[in-house]
Write a protein that binds this ligand. Sequence first.
Ligand code: DX5
Ligand code: ZN
Length: 214
Amino acid sequence: MIKVAPSILSADFGRMADAPVNILRWGADLVHCDVMDGVYVPNITFGMPMVAALRPVSELPLDVHLMITRPEKYVGRFCDAGADIVTFHPEASEDPRGALSEIRARGKKCGVVVNADVPFEVVEPYLDEIDMLVVMTVQAGFGGQSFKEECLEKARRAEEIKKARGLDFEIELDGGVSPSNIEICKAAGATVVVAGSAVFKAPDPAAAVKAMQI
Ligand code: DX5
Ligand code: ZN
């Protein structure tokens, strides 16, 4: 069954401590935390202090997505703040393998992210060393964007490699996912989907989560 990771980017920032509690109450599986530095993406959200603040109020795993430059400098501090999974964009790093090994050394799950405008070849070299591949189905930087169906080809290629090499990394689709496109997400090989606006803006968030756990 697909796991659903609501993104707190779409939560009420004035009441962020409620977000992990609501996400659990809605029956979701992970808390997706979108970290943005204003350099790798043209937006700024939050950093390690927010992850540390949410750790004690979240019974679910914290799935931290680093949209930052030089992530290798910060992955350790996000792990120490309480992240369970840390993923980053390898083209933004001067030492992607160093970042992956630092996350693993702290006993956390590691992964890389392929942005909508980045070719699959950029992440292919890391597939044997990760716990999660995040395939962006929007261009990183903002919630509420339209789903880019053409990005699903990267998930399909990743799933082929998983099968061919007997790998078991998660394939997480991130951006514009909703109950209306969950079938094609699953068919493309998704095992986890991020959903920000489709959950937080839904009249019935629990029903939206359930509709994607197929
Ligand atoms: C975008 C983020 C996504 C986004 C998802 O840069 O990585 O996680 O918050 O939000 P929706 O589901 O609204 O596209
Ligand atoms: Zn994200």
